[in-house]
Design a protein around this ligand. Structure first.
Ligand code: PHE
Length: 349
């Protein structure tokens, strides 16, 4: 007669020792299968008297149930750890070794880029959308539609890089972001989507000799609002809100009468020089103020050029130097430091 207890204990040990699901399948075969010890014991039941057969049958049945449960538990456990191992083996490391960036380590956004993003955030927080336009413009967009006809003395305000003169069209590297005002208004008229509340960041070019405040390649952020009933107070309030939000409550702004062909009236936008806090220094040429850009009410002649109904709509525009904003916010005495690529400077920012 087979000792079921011994058979079960040994089978349990084998189940526990199975290292893989495949091992366990073999163990299951030999323990519970037709040629296994339990099956052999079952075959002996036939020779027993009914009483003995019943109690032995129960013992065998219970033993089989415990073994089946143990095998199921073991299989769940082994399958999980096999899956884990397979995942670990298949894992792809998509990261580049840090050393690959060289002894300087990993880089970061250039201050000009970061400043552009911060300015965009500030204006988006004030309800503006961000738009963009091309860096090479025809004479129409950079000048004529902005109320600067050929031979107008105002062209002298911009030291222009000409890419093509005359035939078939004069093409220039844009001297400011204001031509994007024209693109946006033309598009809004075409698609019937006025009003406009947009800021337009981008690169600009002027034949300027670089100095502490000027670069020949620089960046502006243009603002354009065209809506019903817009007044100069809306412009002044927007400028004031922007100045406090971006530079901090201790930096003041002032608007001084100025002239731009595409705005009327026009103003120069200046803030307290953050290098000397108004005392006068080399960066602000001793005035205590730094000009960040220009602004004004959109000139009706510009509305006429793009087909915006001047009896229904009014608006304001502004254009600030992004590089100047970075300079003022971070106290950079000389703007040229931004393009010299001296890591000792760039790393501090
Ligand atoms: N485009 C002008 C400049 O670059 C600035 C400006 C923008 C002025 C919008 C008025 C309105 O000098």
């Amino acid at each position: 007669m087979i000792d079921v207890e011994v058979v079960e204990r040994q089978a349990m040990a084998e189940v526990g020792a199975a290292k893989t699901v495949a091992d366990l399948d073999d163990v299951e075969q030999s323990v519970l299968g037709k040629r296994g010890a339990l099956a052999a014991a079952h075959r002996q039941l036939g020779a027993m008297d009914p009483e003995q057969r019943r109690s032995m049958g129960r013992v065998l049945h219970e033993s089989r149930q415990r073994l089946e449960q143990a095998i199921t538990d073991r299989r769940v456990h082994l399958a999980a750890s096999e899956r884990e191992a397979a995942l670990a083996a298949d894992r792809l490391d998509l990261t580049e070794a840090f050393e690959a960036f060289g002894p300087e380590g990993r880089g970061h956004l250039h201050l000009t880029t970061r400043t552009r993003l911060e300015l965009e955030d500030t204006f988006v927080g004030m309800g503006f959308v961000v738009a963009e336009g091309p860096e090479a413009e025809t004479d129409w967009y950079n000048f004529e539609a902005l109320n600067i006809p050929p031979a107008h003395p105002a062209r002298g305000m911009f030291d222009t890089f000409y890419l093509e003169l005359g035939e078939p069209e004069t093409v220039v590297l844009r001297t400011h972001t204001s031509p994007v005002q024209i693109h946006l208004m033309e598009e809004a008229v075409r698609s019937g989507t006025l009003p406009i509340h947009a800021v337009i960041p981008g690169r600009c070019y002027r034949r300027d000799t670089p100095d502490a405040r000027h670069l020949a390649v620089f960046h502006q952020i243009e603002g354009l609002v065209v809506d019903r009933g817009i007044t100069f107070a809306d412009l002044a309030g927007t400028i004031e809100t922007f100045t406090g939000t971006y530079f901090g409550a201790d930096i003041h702004s002032r608007l001084r009468p100025a002239y731009f062909p595409f705005t009327e009236p026009s103003a120069e936008y200046e803030i307290t020089c953050t290098i000397c806090h108004g005392g006068g220094c080399r960066t602000c040429s001793g005035t205590g103020w730094i000009e960040l850009g220009g602004c004004g009410m959109v000139d009706p002649a510009v509305f006429d050029a793009v087909g915006v109904d001047r009896s229904e709509w009014s608006g304001f525009a502004f254009g600030f130097g992004i590089d100047r904003c970075a300079q003022m916010r971070h106290g950079i005495a000389d703007l040229r430091a931004l393009i010299e690529n001296d890591l000792r400077f760039l790393r501090q920012l």
